[in-house]
Design a protein around this ligand. Structure first.
Ligand code: IMP
Length: 426
């Protein structure tokens, strides 16, 4: 049975939640490998919408075990409230949800610092989600972070918290003039979390490697997208982790040789939340039209998303840096009203043509997209379940994306419901 990495091919919000939920029907294990509650994975089934920020999208399938990997940064209050919400909706979580010892904790001061860092950046602000992601990964890499395992040893937790509070208060209170952190309140909350989180903690590397050896079907769920990767994205307008497929092996403690395939998820157009370059971005009027048609508002922050034409340059780039073997193309139905569609095939900047995504963010900022135009299909397609029943223009649109990226689209999503999907082959 395969180990599949599911990765966002654009700037996040590609519809990974729906695709992971769909593929979880056959999966034994779904494991999130990076990020935190900055993600918002939406699953719609039988008219009920569930937005998951930390818990993998496989949780709605009762036979699926869900893992929060070592590469994640976890806000315990958010996790416990998400567990309570899905239990209230009748989903049994006990014995099916596990957290890595090595995952890092989001602390209240990470959220304060996220906001202060952003304010300091002024016009160069990144447009973060405010969930404390960057400061938590900063602590991880400066080796002062507090991990899930530390919650299980109360004395060690107290010691690490005190050292962190002293350092953060020097910055937040003495330098920036903001109120001091309340050490006792934080300690009380986190020591309360420990009893509830303790039964969920597991050596996820051992668990996953055993599952793989037993031939189980494992899905590794990425959050955000390739262009938000801290190394491979449009730095500095990125998140602080590795959404790319490589992040899965680091974040879950499995070797690269264990991964059988990578499925890239892309919208049939492109969206982006927050700042940073976006070569195929629409003008204001077109963005508003697309935002309403596609309900393009962030599922974590509610922010309006920027929208643009499908960009084959970033799709080729995602295929390359992730080793994508197939695409899941989502939200094709949102394009149904448009008389003409455009696909960006290359960029032009400073008198030069770019077939490959430029490695320098400043160059990307100057890039002008070169488009090919295709006719639209102008009829609803959400009821279509077989590729050959799609209008010829919609099939042509998909084929052009496949040709331009040398990668087949094996799953096509034509609506938000789990059932509104064309599975060409999987
Ligand atoms: P952070 O991850 O909160 O630090 O935000 C960094 C950048 O990544 C900002 O531009 C966010 O809007 C973007 N971002 C973070 N998480 C997501 C996501 O799940 N979907 C889309 N954009 C995201």
């Amino acid at each position: 049975m395969p180990v599949t990495v599911i990765v966002g091919g654009q700037w996040g919000d590609e519809g990974k939640g729906k695709i992971v939920d769909l593929l979880s029907r056959r999966a034994d294990v779904v494991a999130r490998y990076q990020g935190g509650a900055n993600a918002g994975h939406t699953v719609v089934h039988e008219g009920r919408k569930t937005v998951l920020h930390l818990i993998p999208s496989g949780i709605l399938h009762p036979d699926c075990v869900c893992i929060l990997g070592a590469g994640m940064v976890i806000d315990p209050a958010q996790l416990l409230s998400e567990i309570a919400d899905i239990e209230a909706a009748g989903v049994q979580v006990e014995g099916r949800l596990f957290i890595s010892h090595q995952a890092h904790l989001i602390m209240p001061y990470h959220k304060v610092l996220d906001e202060l860092n952003e304010r300091d950046l002024g016009s160069r602000a990144i447009g973060v989600t405010g969930r404390g992601i960057g400061p938590a990964y900063t602590d991880k890499y400066t080796r002062v972070g507090i991990r899930i395992v530390d919650l299980l040893d109360r004395d060690l937790f107290r010691e690490k918290l005190d050292a962190n509070i002293a350092a953060k208060n020097r910055l937040i209170h003495e330098l920036l003039g903001r109120p001091e952190l309340d050490r006792d309140a934080i300690l009380k909350d986190y020591l309360d979390f420990d009893r509830r989180i303790d039964p969920l903690v597991k050596d996820v590397s051992v668990y996953l490697n055993e599952a793989i050896d037993q031939g189980k079907d494992v899905l590794c769920e990425g959050a955000q997208g390739t262009l938000l990767d801290v190394d491979w994205g449009t730095y500095p307008y990125v998140t602080s982790s590795h959404p790319t497929a490589g992040g899965a092996v680091i974040g879950l403690g499995i070797g690269p040789t264990k991964v059988s395939r990578v499925l890239g998820v892309m919208k049939a157009y492109v969206t982006r939340v927050g700042q940073g370059p976006f070569p195929t971005e629409f003008d204001v009027a077109q963005t508003e039209q697309m935002r309403e048609a596609g309900d393009e508002y962030g599922s974590t922050t509610g922010r309006a998303r920027r929208c643009g034409w499908f960009d084959a340059v970033i799709a080729r780039y995602s295929a390359r840096v992730n080793g994508v073997g197939a695409w899941a193309l989502t939200k094709l139905d949102v394009l149904s009203e448009l008389p003409t569609l455009k696909i960006c095939t290359a960029y032009e900047a400073d008198g030069r043509r770019y077939e490959q995504f430029p490695a320098e963010t400043r160059v990307v900022q100057r890039c002008r997209p070169l488009y090919l135009e295709l006719p639209g299909w102008r009829r609803p397609i959400s009821d279509v379940r077989r590729l050959e029943h799609l209008p010829a223009q919609a099939r042509r649109y998909i084929e052009r994306i496949e040709e331009l990226t040398a990668t087949p689209a094996l799953i096509i999503s034509v609506g938000s419901e789990r059932s509104e999907t064309i599975v060409v082959k999987w």
